[in-house]
Each structure stands twice: as structure tokens, then as C-alpha cells.
Design a binder for this molecule. Structure first.
Ligand code: IPD
Ligand code: CA
Ligand code: CA
Length: 264
């Protein structure tokens, strides 16, 4: 697969930050057994990854703006372009020595996401897409799954946790879905969960209370892989209301229907 210069910049930045995270992840496993624990170390690893990405992107496109999880938003000289970055998605996994975390970088042009890269350094799995040119998994073309029977699907989600989200609503939604599907998964890194939909590993996904940096790259991956992504009202308000539903045309529609009915 011949990548555009732009996508190359994004892949280089994600992989450089990812290699740093992979090294730090090794250290987390040592610190796990120490008395102090790895929490401070992990927050430094997170900040370091963000710094690496910022610098790599700045070098290549000095005028673009940023929306980054740790340092917030930084307008660019160029008002059309904005990087949306989650340097470490799946922090809780990382902290617990679970090798399921990722770097996520997206590019927005005039309010539309036009490119996205998600990299899981622990598995060396790279997902990349640019508008109009398809989506790729480690350089191979990827497509969303084509299952159309709910009973055959594996659906990903995010379960709210202490101090976050609406626990009762989640239980209601999960209850409505669990009896209709082959399985529900909660791997713990929303960016990767969305990449799994793009790669056809998950047939669908839904979650509430996500941020733009959790979703931006995954959204373009899924679209370019032939899938559908929206909020629960079938609108493109994901960054405003934080909820997202994804899948192929049939599963996306069916998930929305089941969830909305559960909440009615
Ligand atoms: C979190 C993960 C998780 C999702 C949380 C996010 P973080 O991101 O994506 O899967 O359920 O809502 O905050 O904090 O690990 O970057
Ligand atoms: Ca995140
Ligand atoms: Ca994060």
C-alpha cells in the first residue's frame, strides 16, 4: 500500500510514540510488584507519548492546530486543520499490565475527519485510513464484517466505572443487547474497539460519554472500511454528545433501534 505523505507523517508519529509506550509498558510490569506502584510512572509515559506526537506532527505541519487529551486545545495558524490526539487510549489496561492500549491520531479539515491512525504497540498492529482511499490493517485492506444476523454478532462496548457515566442506563442497554447476540466485549480502549469494528473483528460497538480523541481516528477507519458510525440519534453529533454506535449498515441500524427502545 502506497501511503500519502500526510498519512506517513501520522503513522511515523504514532509508531514513535508507541515504541516509547511499549518500553514503558515493560517497566510497568516491574513496578507492578513494587510498593509505590506504577501510577505516576504511567502518567509520565502518557505525557511523554503526547510530547513525541506533538513534536513529530509540528515538524511536518507547523501550522496545524491541536486537540490533545493531556494538553487540551491549541489553535493553529492554519484554521482549517486540527490534529485530534489521544496519546494513550486504554490507560487503565496499561496501568494494570494488560497489553491492550493504543495511540490514536486523527486529522480534521474544515470540521471533517479526513485521516486517522491507531497503533497498538503491544501487538504491533497498525490501522490507518484516509478519506476516499480505503482503510488498512498492517498494510492490508480492511473491511467491516458483513454479518447481518444479530445472533451471530460480537459487539464491543464500554462499561462506565466509578465516578463516570450512567451505570443504570448501561445495564439497561447491555441487558437489551446480550440476549440477541453471540457475545459482548469490553476490552477497555475505545479507539481500538472502533478499529476492531473497521477490521471486522467486532460486528458493532456502542458507548456513551466518549471524547473526540477517543473516537476521531476510529470514525474514519470505520467509514473507509465501509461501515456506518453515528450517535444514537443517527446524527453526526458524536463529539458534542459523546455517544457513538457503529457497525455495518444493518448492525448499526439494529443496535440503534435496540438501544433506543431499551431507553424509551
Ligand atoms: C478511556 C478508554 C475506555 C473508555 C473510557 C475512556 P483513556 O480512554 O477509551 O475504553 O471506556 O471512557 O476514557 O482514559 O484510557 O484514554
Ligand atoms: Ca481515551
Ligand atoms: Ca488517554
Amino acid at each position: 500500500m502506497a501511503r500519502s505523505a500526510l498519512l506517513n507523517v501520522m503513522v511515523q508519529a504514532a509508531m514513535k510514540a508507541g515504541r516509547g509506550l511499549a518500553r514503558d509498558f515493560g517497566e510497568v510490569q516491574n513496578l507492578q510488584v513494587s510498593r509505590k506502584g506504577p501510577a505516576d510512572f504511567v502518567s509520565n509515559a502518557d505525557l511523554q507519548a503526547e510530547k513525541t506526537i506533538y513534536e513529530e506532527l509540528k515538524l511536518a505541519r507547523p501550522d496545524y492546530g491541536y486537540l490533545m487529551e493531556e494538553s487540551g486545545s491549541q489553535p493553529g495558524v492554519d484554521p482549517q486543520h486540527r490534529w485530534i490526539v489521544d496519546p494513550l487510549d486504554g490507560t487503565t489496561n496499561f496501568l494494570h499490565g494488560i497489553p491492550f492500549f493504543a495511540v490514536s491520531i486523527a486529522l480534521e479539515r474544515d470540521g471533517q475527519i479526513v485521516a486517522g491512525v491507531i497503533y497498538n504497540p503491544a501487538l504491533d498492529e497498525l490501522y490507518a485510513a484516509e478519506r476516499g482511499t480505503g482503510a488498512f490493517f498492517n498494510d492490508r485492506r480492511m473491511r467491516v464484517a458483513n454479518r447481518s444476523e444479530m445472533s451471530e454478532t460480537v459487539i464491543g462496548t464500554g462499561i462506565p466505572f466509578m465516578g463516570h457515566g450512567d451505570h443504570v442506563r448501561h445495564i439497561r442497554e447491555q441487558h437489551a443487547i446480550m440476549g440477541k447476540v453471540a457475545g459482548i466485549r469490553r476490552p477497555g480502549a475505545a479507539a481500538l474497539d472502533l478499529a476492531f469494528v473497521a477490521a471486522g473483528r467486532f460486528d458493532g460497538f456502542w458507548e456513551h460519554d466518549l471524547k473526540a480523541w477517543d473516537m476521531a481516528a476510529g470514525i474514519i477507519l470505520i467509514r473507509e472500511a465501509g461501515g456506518f458510525v453515528s450517535d444514537l440519534d443517527n446524527r453526526q453529533g458524536m463529539f458534542d454528545n459523546g455517544n457513538i454506535v457503529a457497525g455495518n449498515a444493518k448492525i448499526h441500524k439494529e443496535l440503534m433501534r435496540i438501544i433506543n427502545r431499551a431507553n424509551a
